[in-house]
Ligand binder design. Structure first.
Ligand SMILES: Cc1cc2nc3c(=O)[nH]c(=O)nc-3n(C[C@H](O)[C@H](O)[C@H](O)COP(=O)(O)OP(=O)(O)OC[C@H]3O[C@@H](n4cnc5c(N)ncnc54)[C@H](O)[C@@H]3O)c2cc1C
Length: 529
């Protein structure tokens, strides 16, 4: 196992200035502390679990302290990288001269505005905390698919945003309202109405675009800059109506939950004879504007997450494999009704649509109500995806019309079959897209999951080959923009850009204009030259 230890050091003067700005206890160059930030096996295509060790770790507690860190880095030519909940390589040092900005001390919910339906949060508040407080007020939030233990600010300002309830709550880019942003120059920019109303009138964070040109497209497009464009210190996000109870009594943990499912919630699995009827039914579900949550969790994903040993054994039996394969065209669907009439309406719409497309609606059996109701609402299960192989990777994922998403899934499966044959990843029956529609079917998402063990050098080595094969297929078949290939940084943008209105040229200009010295670590974004 090799540790990419930096040979670079921080100048003494910079160390003194960091200590002065943050206090001794909030700054460290101790290799033991720094290595804690370098073990990041998730979201990388290189084998192994180590990324670069940061030169130092900083723990700011305020926007002013973040500004001070950025200014010290500028003065001494040091790169820096912010992370909030820090779940993957994309939040750590991409190079060997990076100061890690760990935002865990900025952990407050700052403001609730129930009338205008938004909440203002700092970077280290996670979705679970906000949701629990929101429910007490009769509201819910969009939780992206990484699960409720992640920072919604990190996701919405800087990463992606697709999530299980996308049919009713869309994706993070549509949930972000105002932000406070420490630019790579060290100045603070406020976006949304929070930036446009005077102090005396009180700051209002309810609309994403204040008067004047929108900067949201600079801040993030399909994805954010993954820490490559400065540091976000506050965010306002939308609140949605919550049809469930204000408080829920929960016993047990994760897979052993005991919770009472409210009568106004219905949890179903809708299964179809083939891919066409499954997709067409989804278009109709969207048009009917029903549903709280919809997504395809493939049979492999469910088994791999909940019963990984069983999934491995199943391969011995071709017949069982065939039976499971017959169940592939399905999605989970949850109704959260606001009245008895609403429950009947949504239920009858769903049943008719599924029936019209030759499918069946299976209600979750009572023993599974607890697990399915609460883990769907809380989005608490995503981390169990690591159980199958120790790690996972994902490809495609460019959000598009759902028919295009179906192609992403079909071609992704074809590509993966070849890798399964060479044992580059675990056999997940190949059909393992995580797919959903947003905003009542306006657009959709599909990503092809890949279970592997990063401790196995051969498997680790082939992640990159798989990522490249999927990026090539994206171009060849016009599969929904770059999707997750974007996270490969500059080299992939240069390949995809010419096919997509030369966006890479504009993205580079944005990077250069805001960060001419390329100090905001852009390994997962784009460099300025
Ligand atoms: C099991 C699992 C499932 C996942 N599923 C989904 C999914 O369905 N949808 C989805 O969108 N993502 C998904 N992801 C990826 C995940 O979105 C991100 O990892 C998550 O959004 C943010 O959590 P994090 O702890 O990784 O954030 P962090 O590592 O803190 O940040 C994510 C990125 O944003 C940057 N960043 C964080 N905070 C700031 C800040 N304040 N200012 C500037 N830059 C910042 C970081 O440098 C990093 O590049 C999944 C991840 C896992 C592990």
């Amino acid at each position: 196992m090799t540790f990419p230890i930096s040979t670079k050091t921080i100048p003494d003067e910079a160390v003194s200035r960091f200590r002065e700005a943050l206090g001794d206890e909030n700054f460290s160059t101790d290799p033991v502390i720094c290595d804690g930030y370098a073990m990041q096996p998730f979201h990388k295509t290189e084998p192994g679990c180590w990324i670069n060790r940061p030169l130092a770790v900083t723990l700011p507690s305020s926007t002013e302290e973040v500004q001070a860190i950025v200014k010290i880095c500028i003065q001494h030519g040091l790169r820096y990288k912010a992370h909030s909940t820090g779940w993957g390589a994309h939040g750590g040092a991409g190079y060997d001269n990076v100061v890690q900005i760990d935002l865990r001390r900025m952990n407050k919910i700052l403001e609730w505005d129930e009338k205008n339906r938004y909440v203002v949060v700092e970077p280290y508040v996670n979705c679970a905390e906000i949701q629990a407080e929101a429910m007490k007020r009769g509201f819910n939030i969009h939780i992206h698919g990484a699960g409720s233990v992640c920072s919604p600010l990190a996701n919405a300002t800087s990463h992606c945003g697709m999530g299980w309830s996308g049919i009713s709550t869309s994706t993070s880019s549509r949930n972000i309202l105002g932000v406070e942003w420490v630019l790579p120059s060290g100045e603070v920019l406020k976006l949304g109405t929070c930036g446009s109303i005077s102090e005396s009138a009180g700051s209002r964070w309810f609309s994403a675009d204040g008067p004047g040109p929108s900067m949201r497209g600079i801040m993030r497009g399909w994805a954010g800059a993954d820490g490559g464009l400065g540091v976000f210190t506050k965010m306002s996000m939308k609140l949605f109506h919550w049809a469930g109870p204000k408080e829920t009594a929960v016993k047990g943990r994760l897979q052993d939950l005991v919770v009472e499912k409210p009568d106004n919630f219905r949890i179903t699995l809708c299964a179809f004879p083939d891919a066409r009827s499954y997709a067409d039914a989804l278009f109709k579900v969207g048009e009917a504007e029903i549903g709280f949550l919809q997504c395809k969790n493939s049979v492999a994903l469910m088994l791999g997450a909940m019963m990984p040993r069983m999934l491995r054994k199943i391969h011995a039996s071709m017949n069982v494999k065939k039976i499971l394969d017959a169940c592939r065209h399905q999605f989970m669907f949850t109704i959260a009704a606001t009245s008895d009439l609403d429950y009947q309406y949504q239920s009858q719409c769903l049943e008719k649509i599924v029936d019209d497309h030759g499918g069946i609606v299976l209600d979750a059996p009572a023993p599974l109500h607890s697990l399915m109701y609460w883990s769907f609402v809380r989005v608490s299960l995503p981390p169990v995806v690591f159980r199958m192989g120790g790690n996972f990777f994902s490809t495609f994922g460019g959000d598009e019309a759902f028919d295009n998403c179906m192609e992403q899934a079909r071609i992704g499966e074809e590509i993966k079959r070849q890798f399964i044959a060479s044992k580059a990843c675990f056999d997940d029956l190949a059909d393992n897209p995580w797919a959903l529609i947003y905003e009542n079917g306006l657009f959709g998402h599909s990503e092809e999951l890949w279970f592997y063990d990063h401790r196995d050098p051969e498997m680790g080595r082939q992640v990159d080959d798989y990522a490249k094969a999927c990026a090539d297929a994206t171009l060849e078949h016009t599969l929904g923009g770059g999707g997750f290939a974007f996270f490969k940084g500059g080299e992939v943008h240069d390949i995809l850009g010419p096919a997509m209105s030369n966006y890479h040229i504009w993205q580079r200009r944005i990077k250069k204009a805001l960060d001419p010295n390329d100090l905001s670590d852009s390994k997962f974004y784009i460099s300025s030259d």
